[in-house]
Write a new protein. Structure first.
Length: 103
C-alpha cells in the first residue's frame, strides 16, 4: 500500500463512520489537523498512530489494509451476529448470501 493509498483508505473509512477529520483528530487526542494532514499526504502516522487510528475506527490493522473490504466495521458487526446463530440459521444466511452475490 502506498502513502496515497493509505490516505485514501483512511478517508474512505472515516467517511463511512460519518465523522469529520477534525472530530476524529480531536477524539484521538491529537491536534485538529492531524487526520487532515494524513489524508492530504502532508504527513504519515507512526506505527502506534496506525494502531490508534484503527482502534478509533473499530477495526484491526489487517482490516485497514484489506482494501477489498469497503466497510470492515460493518462486516465485524455482521460476523458477531452470525456467531449467535444455529446451524439451520447459518445455512439460510449462506443461501441468501449466495443468491445476493449471484452464485
Amino acid at each position: 500500500m502506498t502513502e496515497k493509498d493509505f490516505s485514501l483508505r483512511l478517508a474512505q473509512l472515516r467517511e463511512k463512520k460519518g465523522v469529520s477529520a477534525r472530530d476524529m483528530s480531536l477524539s484521538m487526542g491529537q491536534n485538529p489537523g492531524y487526520i487532515n494532514n494524513i489524508e492530504s499526504g502532508k504527513s504519515m502516522p507512526s506505527l502506534i498512530g496506525v494502531f490508534y487510528i484503527c482502534e478509533y475506527l473499530g477495526i484491526t490493522p489487517g482490516e485497514f489494509f484489506d482494501t477489498d473490504s469497503g466497510n470492515p466495521s460493518r462486516l465485524n458487526e455482521i460476523t458477531e451476529n452470525l456467531k449467535r446463530l444455529n446451524d439451520r440459521q447459518l445455512n439460510m444466511i449462506s443461501a441468501l448470501i449466495k443468491e445476493l452475490a449471484g452464485q
